[in-house]
Ligand binder design. Sequence first.
Ligand SMILES: NC(=O)c1ccc[n+]([C@@H]2O[C@H](COP(=O)([O-])OP(=O)(O)OC[C@H]3O[C@@H](n4cnc5c(N)ncnc54)[C@H](OP(=O)(O)O)[C@@H]3O)[C@@H](O)[C@H]2O)c1
Length: 253
Amino acid sequence: MKTKIVVIGGSGLIGAKLVKNLRQQGHEVLPASPSSGVNTITGEGLADALAGAQVVVDVANAPSWEDKAVLEFFETSGRNLLAAEATAGVGHHVALSVVGTDRLLTSGYFRAKMAQENLIKGSPIPYTIVRATQFFEFVGAIAQSATEGQTVRLPPAMMQPIVSDDVAAALTDIAVEQPLNGTIELAGPEPIRMDELVRRFLSANRDARKVTTDVHAGYFGTAVNDQSLTPGNNPRLGPTRFDDWLRRSIPQG
Ligand SMILES: NC(=O)c1ccc[n+]([C@@H]2O[C@H](COP(=O)([O-])OP(=O)(O)OC[C@H]3O[C@@H](n4cnc5c(N)ncnc54)[C@H](OP(=O)(O)O)[C@@H]3O)[C@@H](O)[C@H]2O)c1
């Protein structure tokens, strides 16, 4: 049977790839976000978008990551979306969150993601929460957040980042599987320390900034150790290696 799947945040990095994959599989897919007239904060267009949908995948992100703004975004969006899904009779809510969210609650962003997860768990809609590690495409933002002049000060905390294509591929499968009413983790194929990850990224981009390793440096201001950002025992692994992605994504010459 053809499934109607609504992708909230369908114009974003993950959303656009997910929409393409699901359409290739023959599903009826509706990308929904403010740029296409659907807003989970104001409620604009939401009921119409969800009419007849069996599955909703929420891969939206907040426009501001300031503590109060980001919490308000994920709480309001989550409440409005889950209420509209209950009215429409949606049978599976899939949401993208972040590995380690429950270990990083000194961060406003992660408190907001935790609030999003808790709303989902408290709602009657069957769900699957997918917690991914940091995307390869996010490494530049990590570097930027830690830059002072020509120095990038970062902790040697272990990570296991994943490319956005592999996140979208996993979500493509999960969207049409049965709801888990639980959480699964997604990670890349290899662990790598944050300082080394950014060093490789800058070097491949011929960026003159230098990474200084500092055990006391934070991740966007939040203290992290080797357990904070890494998955537990049974993550689903994306196959793409960071070095292969770097070679592919950076113009050679
Ligand atoms: N970055 C990472 O390393 C990482 C790691 C793990 C998990 N995640 C999670 O992955 C998810 C997706 O991230 P991304 O990088 O793909 O996001 P993104 O590229 O920044 O896209 C954000 C999307 O959210 C939509 N949006 C914003 N406000 C909205 C609203 N009021 N109503 C409906 N949609 C709205 C945007 O729509 P318009 O384009 O129309 O404005 C856009 O489609 C996030 O939830 C994030 O927490 C990220």
